[in-house]
Design a protein around this ligand. Structure first.
Ligand code: SF4
Length: 179
């Protein structure tokens, strides 16, 4: 097995003591490690990609194996939103409000061609937003129409690696200004 692909180890030392143990390590690394292993996704899907997202959570692919099982129905208890489906102009302010209500630090995955660029609705439509990044910042993009569950799992693991490595992304508000 490629050692780079093994599950992330605790970034410090565990000193066994009678009846317990003492953990030591750089605080920043421990926080990033803990944060990357406790991502709570918001339940949010607008069209067909949502079915693939549900499949990723169901028994065959089971994203709880990687620590994503605590899907929340409220943005106030979630810190990652998977945009699974088409975003229409009417939905854009709602997406922005949900994002604003999520707990910081928060992360965004754009799943599928529609969330990345408007997908098959890119041309000749007045109603579809041509990419979620016109509304909120995106951390990881997943190509496909729709992407398979394996691709979404890969995106979630990529997000974990990005968090552990201290990856930052520029944040823009809905008018394109840095915030
Ligand atoms: S990318 Fe394809 S499968 Fe996903 S929401 Fe758009 S049209 Fe549907």
């Amino acid at each position: 097995m490629n050692p780079d692909k093994q599950p992330a180890k605790f970034p410090g030392l565990v000193h066994e003591t009678p009846g317990g143990g003492i953990l030591s390590g750089p605080l920043e690394d421990v926080v990033k490690w803990a944060r990357s292993n406790s991502l709570w996704p918001l339940t949010f899907a607008t069209s067909c990609c949502g079915i693939e997202m549900m499949s990723t959570a169901a028994a065959k692919y089971d994203f709880s194996r990687f620590g994503f099982e605590v899907a929340r129905a409220t943005p106030r208890q979630a810190d990652v939103i998977i945009i699974a489906g088409t975003i229409v102009n009417k939905m854009a302010p709602v997406l922005k409000r949900l994002y604003d209500q999520m707990a910081d630090p928060k992360y965004v995955i754009a799943m599928g061609a529609c969330a990345i660029s408007g997908g098959p609705f890119f041309y000749n439509t007045y109603s579809v937003v041509k990419g979620a990044d016109h509304v909120i910042p995106v951390d990881v993009y997943v190509a496909g129409c729709p992407p398979r569950p394996e691709a979404l799992l890969h995106a979630l693991i990529t997000l974990q690696e990005k968090i552990r490595n201290g990856g930052k992304r520029e944040r823009i508000d809905i008018d394109g200004r840095n915030i």
